[in-house]
Design a protein around this ligand. Sequence first.
Ligand SMILES: Cc1ncc(C[n+]2csc(CCOP(=O)(O)OP(=O)(O)O)c2C)c(N)n1
Ligand SMILES: [Mg+2]
Length: 542
Amino acid sequence: MNAAEAVGRTLAALDVRDAFGVIGSGNFVATQALHAAGAAFHHARHEGGAISMADGYARVSGRVGVCSVHQGPGFTNMLTGLTEAAKSRTPLLVLAGEAPRSAIRSNFAVDQAALAATLGAVPERILSGATAAADTARALRRARVERRPVVLNMPLDVQAEPAPGGGPPGLLREPERPAPAPEVVAEVAEAIAAAKRPLIVAGRGAVLAGAREPLERLGEAIGAVLATSAMGHGLFEGSAWAVGISGGFASPIAAKLMSEADLILAFGANLTRWTTRDGALIARGAKVVQVDLDEESLGAHRPVHIAVVGDAAATAEALLATGVTNTGFRTTYGLERQIAEGSWRDAPFEDAGDAGHLDPRTLSIALDAMLPAERTVAVDSGHFMGFPPMYVRVPDPQGFVFTQAFQSIGLGLASAIGAAIARPDRLTLACLGDGGALMALGELETLARLRLPVLVVVYDDAAYGAEVHHFGPQGLPLELVRFPDTDFAALARAAGAEGITARSVEDLDPIVDWLSRPDGPLVVDAKITPDFCAEWLEEAFK
Ligand SMILES: Cc1ncc(C[n+]2csc(CCOP(=O)(O)OP(=O)(O)O)c2C)c(N)n1
Ligand SMILES: [Mg+2]
């Protein structure tokens, strides 16, 4: 056995079941060994796709996503998706071929460790044949425990070194998550007792901590309204006191209650400008408590009055254990009903569609009504990206894949593919803009080749709508960001998928038939009106 084979075998022994990638000579042997030892390998068409597939897979499964790439250009092709994963703290392991360290004149030579580090990933390396298995186990462990992408560079000369056999290194064990300090808990309990209108905002940290149940109990005990950041979307799905997403995508009732709150309790949520509408949703004089595992996140985006280092679930439990209670928001007459009737889907609007175009809100509401409740919704970036989270329900946060940490367009399709592979029990909906879809077009072939039951909906305004709505109001010319019509249905058919074009709600009917036999992807080219601008975008660009 050589070191490359040891890498693959070690990962399989450590329970890696799926890997994504693009194969070249520099990662062939390690990837083949991983596959031969029992892991499925899903071949992408571009490393930028492969890394986002692994990212989507990790987000919905909670497992470490694995991505395998060739050295040099294979490595550099995936850097945007790697940065998204690093900023999102997705646990990922990248297996990367690497030119031998002595081959400084190799065409493939580039400082991969420095590139990984500068983008926020952790650089690791197989150091010798003798240590390859241990190096691999260490890299996987760091990805899981530190919740970061780790790049395991595999120099070609080291890959060829003989590696001793023997059993796999010991299995990984997750460390205990830290509980908050008792004196800080007491301080938060005091703030809760003094509050009149407490509101809980839960983010991705709360999702990862599995904090729904203790946070709901805490909300009940202290009379709090429950909201999430966009990254925590779906956490309180079905709860009577949940108002959905806070921030730009907030429904009118959610925005109203957040700006009336006199105590904001953020659990694993960063309170970014997006979550607070640039601070506008936090009332002057409101007290802000932020709970996070990561000291770096505390107070990073806005000042907070009490910063708590701790796990979201453990902190909620600790607060409950103090016995603090409050009636808070929950005795407000009629509020429960206002919340029940206050979702975006219930808010009336004037349909902006015409004979040739759908209103993106009408499209999203129709999709929500058609699809089974057990679904995964993956969303690319662009002007259209608010409509799915606002109008299409998800069963839980694992049902929502929102690759917005780097705000790159073009990651949505691949992250949907990874999510579909991780959760075959759920119908996957990929919501893309026409610009993002064209950026990732090669992966349409992957989607069709793998026969995945994914509904791809292109919110097609034949434009970079985000730029149109940003610069149009300033009176600037827009011909650079408008495009001729693209026939995505024909592109889908050419790639081996089914495709339809929709200009009205009736045109969506074939989706119902497809849902009864989803033996491969369906691409819906939804021609949406290019003129309607989402309120959140209007506000963000003011
Ligand atoms: C990789 C990358 N390139 C450029 C941008 C700038 N950008 C943000 S939104 C957008 C337009 C996206 O167009 P489309 O996918 O059609 O969505 P729409 O805005 O029209 O809804 C662009 C180019 C970006 N965010 N990421
Ligand atoms: Mg567009």
